[in-house]
Design a protein around this ligand. Structure first.
Ligand code: GUN
Ligand code: FE
Length: 432
């Protein structure tokens, strides 16, 4: 079906594919054809009758957010147990909650709300962990597709250390993964894709991980997992995989870092060799500052990783992180970088606001294709923000308005969301 062409007017601000300064186009025009941005110009271009004008004069227009790491099945427990560290938090709060997603009605209620809230916060792209339950995972994919959101949705693989209610046998994990891949096929054209999801090395036997690595290579599948989040976790991995040089090698040794198709969450404590491996494999790091603080995991050296050429996106890590709204994580990334500088090495570099915004939009967006920045040839995935409530006292420039929105604003200021140039209507909240 051919799409309408549109001319948007407003105050545009965007990161570019590489970290650096933001580009500002005050009171400008964006021509969008077949869902793709052609150009942004200060002077109104000549347009034919076939172009629909969308006048957002005076409003901010920014690229949609990308959340490259969250757990849909932890939406209910978000905020609980933040007086624990990772491993007891997983056993006491997270695993028992995830076991509930065997119940279709429960999954349906929670996922309906989550999808609504993703839409509301302008997170139009996300890389999501579901649970081990195939049917719940496919339901989540369907709800995302119905809402017009783009996503990777992973059925989690866990064939050890999950306790009685959240563990599969190795054979079950393999056969359910194949069933999940079959059931996901209809959603691919609608922007929702499968992603192999070994939870983290301690949850998977070497046999299962080797099988997943082969599957990824054979079918060109994407992979998401966790690494180097917590010191106790890292020690555990050393004990479980004595033959591997380090945590990242556990994945690399079984082909689970497919080049340009991998997102790894946390990555706080990396050796130089691991950083080099991540750069070489084009791994996107999901930096999860809110979660890293809540469960006392640590402060990632973000600027130093970016300087080594590693692409760093942002993850809400719901329910380790306590907000879905990505502006919260852009600001948390800056706070963490600044605290690390203040507490550890004052000769080091901190990330800029532009870099933090790049992480939440362009860097994360690159995992989903040509999106996350207003560049010619990129999908026009955008949020329109009515920020007049945030600057009623004196005029602010466009960059200042974006900073106010990120640090002080929230979903309530987003008045419309566009994906591939089309308005995304409010999702249906009726539970399936
Ligand atoms: N490592 C393995 N599973 C999880 C999880 O659910 N959350 C976080 N933060 N880390 C993990
Ligand atoms: Fe996580």
């Amino acid at each position: 079906m051919s799409k309408e062409n549109y001319l948007f007017r407003g105050d545009f601000i965007t990161a570019r594919p590489d970290p650096g300064e933001l580009s500002v186009y005050e009171d400008s025009y964006a021509l969008v054809c077949d869902g793709v941005l052609e150009e942004i110009t200060q002077v109104k271009p000549q347009i034919g009758d076939d172009v629909v004008e969308i006048d957002c004069k005076g409003k901010l227009i920014i690229p949609a957010f990308s959340d490259v790491h969250l757990h849909a099945v932890q939406y209910v427990t978000t905020g609980l147990g933040y007086d624990k560290e990772l491993l007891p938090w997983l056993t006491d709060y997270t695993f028992p909650e995830e076991a509930r997603f065997a119940d279709h009605a429960y999954a349906s209620r929670v996922f309906t709300d989550l999808v609504y809230d993703l839409w509301s916060g302008g997170t139009l792209h996300s890389s999501i962990f579901s649970s081990i339950h195939t049917d719940a995972t496919v339901l989540l994919a369907e709800l995302l597709a119905d809402a017009g959101l783009s996503a990777f949705v992973g059925k989690v693989n866990m064939d050890r250390n999950g306790g009685v209610d959240l563990e599969e046998t190795t054979e079950e994990s393999m056969s359910e993964t194949m069933r999940y891949l079959d059931l996901m096929a209809p959603f691919e054209d609608r922007g929702v894709k499968p992603i192999l999801t070994p939870r983290f090395a301690p949850s998977c036997t070497p046999e299962l991980m080797r099988w997943l690595g082969e599957l990824s290579a054979e079918k060109g599948l994407f992979v998401q997992s966790h690494a180097n989040e917590n010191l106790g976790e890292i020690d555990w991995v050393k004990g479980l995989f004595p033959e591997s040089r380090d945590y990242m090698s556990v994945y690399q040794d079984v082909d689970l870092l497919p080049k340009g198709r991998t997102v790894m969450a946390h990555c706080i404590y990396n050796t130089d060799e691991e950083l080099e491996m991540m750069r070489e494999r084009d791994v996107i790091v999901a930096h999860c500052p809110s979660s890293n603080a809540n469960i006392a995991s640590g402060i990632m050296p973000t600027a130093q990783m970016i300087d080594k050429g590693i692409k760093v996106g942002l993850g809400s890590d719901i329910g380790g992180g306590n907000r879905l709204f990505m502006g919260h994580h852009v600001s948390a990334a800056m706070k963490h970088s600044r605290l690390r500088w203040a507490l550890t090495d004052r000769t080091s570099r901190v990330i800029s606001f532009a870099e933090a915004f790049w992480m939440g939009t362009a860097a994360g967006g690159s995992f989903f294709g040509k999106t996350g920045a207003f560049m010619p040839g990129y999908s026009f995935d955008a949020l329109v923000i009515d920020d007049c409530r945030l600057s009623p006292y004196r005029p602010l420039d466009v960059l200042e308005r974006l900073q106010r929105f990120i640090f002080v604003g929230d979903d309530r200021l987003i008045v419309s969301r566009y994906r591939k140039g089309e308005l995304l209507p409010e999702p249906n909240c009726m539970v399936k």
